[in-house]
Design a protein around this ligand. Structure first.
Ligand code: HEC
Length: 152
């Protein structure tokens, strides 16, 4: 009986620790940084073409979920956590590569916004967005289609 009790406490601890780890990866500062600087920036300047709400997703890259951001686009990963200089997303917003400039068409971000993205990558890409795995993204696409279909 005692053994059972010890085991279940052990299991509980493991269970708790896995949560603590998943959560603990983000400090309050990192969370605030993401919510204040990164999320609004991505939403305003990138979601138009790189989110589940885009009319057409460009470059096969979804930046509105953590999974999508880390997975990358048609040419592979776009962010190497901790290494901005190896991250194609950073290269793109810096406008140093004539073949990949984001947002496109001379809409280069402000230097401070680029610096925020660089800092974000340096920090290891802290990102609290846990919902919307690709399957759910497709779901919301479907909901959109259903809504559209109901209109007519
Ligand atoms: C007006 C539409 C549009 C906007 C806004 C936009 N992109 Fe793009 N993005 C594209 C297109 C189109 C591609 C495909 C490559 C190309 O044609 O240049 C692309 C490709 C990329 C790629 C390369 C993907 C790969 O695997 O090769 C990255 C990284 C990227 N975009 C990042 C961003 C970021 C970060 C933002 C916001 C700061 C952004 N984009 C905003 C249209 C857009």
């Amino acid at each position: 009986m005692k053994l059972v009790k010890t085991c279940s406490i052990g299991a509980l601890l493991v269970f708790w620790a896995s949560f603590a780890l998943a959560d603990g990866a983000l400090s309050a500062d990192q969370l605030e940084f993401f919510e204040k600087k990164i999320r609004p920036l991505l939403a305003e300047h990138c979601y138009e073409c790189h989110s589940s709400t885009s009319k057409k997703v460009k470059g096969d890259l979804l930046l509105d979920t953590r999974e999508g951001t880390l997975k990358g686009g048609e040419n592979g990963v776009v962010i190497v956590p901790g290494d901005p200089d190896k991250s194609r997303l950073i290269k793109a917003v810096r406008y140093t590569d004539p073949d990949l400039q984001m947002p496109p068409k001379n809409k280069k971000l402000a230097d401070s916004q680029i610096a925020d993205l660089v800092a974000w990558v340096k920090m290891g890409v802290p990102d609290p967005r846990t919902n919307a795995a690709p399957a759910i993204v497709r779901n919301s696409d479907m909901e959109e289609q259903i809504r559209e279909a109901r209109k007519t």
